[in-house]
Design a protein around this ligand. Structure first.
Ligand SMILES: [Zn+2]
Length: 263
């Protein structure tokens, strides 16, 4: 199959032009008319993921995060980014990223996290100006209100969070029904989550002061960047296996969290 066809299937679901201006989604290494035989799906391009691609005969790696994000000036193996890019080129492995377009599209990462929590009636947390059909984050309601502490324990278990960081719970017996979600770094959407009336905002990459932004009515929970976006693999897998049943797609066994917790 030509990369062009594979990319068309992904972009039919998550159009490339939905990526935000700081992003670098799309085909990063390879040519659209190159033939590929098997795709490997991962959150990030790493040397372990490249090992797996070579071992398993995958000639395209499709990730959530683009390996080249800030511009690079040379390819002399000084950093892991340079090593990965150079190795992919030398090994004839194409690299493709589906990042903020996957975050923005209905059915994308935040929607998947919302579905994993069992949220109903999901709407977009921050509809995009000029295109309100897409945007970052979701807000939805649980089928039944849940005790806040019990819900946090459930979140921890669903997303495999080793150490869940969360803010003050306004009252010990607080019940939560409305939940906002923004996968990845979602601190810029704290205001949207508050405005939505959510009692819990689930996101990642929060800083110290962010934990004080709940205004005594919303709990903030940081489930970890990787933990919140690991679902990207499943979304891309479902899209590709539905649209091209004769093409080999493999979920990486080496897509792992670069952050460790000593508990
Ligand atoms: Zn991310």
């Amino acid at each position: 199959m030509k990369i062009r066809e594979l990319v068309a299937a992904i972009e039919e679901f998550a159009p490339l032009d939905l990526q935000v201006d700081y992003d670098n989604s799309g085909l990063i290494v390879g040519r659209l008319d190159d033939e590929v035989h098997a795709a490997l799906l991962a959150v990030d391009v790493t040397e372990e993921v490249l090992d797996e691609a070579e071992r398993e005969g995958c000639d395209i790696i499709i990730t959530h995060h683009p390996i080249i994000f800030s511009p690079i000036k040379r390819l002399n193996s000084a950093t892991y980014v340079e090593r990965c890019v150079e190795r992919a080129i030398r090994s004839g492995i194409a690299l493709y990223a589906c990042h903020t377009n996957l975050d923005s599209v209905p059915g994308g990462t935040s929607w998947q996290v919302g579905a994993m929590l069992g949220l109903d009636d999901m709407t977009i947390l921050e509809p995009r100006r000029g295109n309100p059909e897409v945007g970052f984050g979701v807000v939805g309601v649980l089928p039944r209100a849940e005790n806040a502490k019990a819900l946090l324990a459930r979140v921890k278990s669903i997303f495999g969070v080793e150490a869940l960081r969360y803010s003050d719970i306004p009252s010990e017996d607080m019940m939560v029904r409305k939940v906002a979600v923004c996968t990845g770094a979602g601190r810029s959407n704290i205001g949207d989550a508050l405005a939505s009336g959510a009692e819990l905002y689930i996101t990642a990459d929060l800083r110290y002061n962010d934990f004080m932004m709940g205004d005594n009515r919303m709990i903030l929970a940081d489930i970890g960047h990787f933990e919140s976006e690991f679902c990207a693999i499943r979304i891309l897998y479902d899209v590709l296996s539905k649209k091209m049943c004769n093409f080999a797609v493999r979920k990486s066994a080496n897509s792992r969290n670069p952050i460790h917790y000593l508990v």
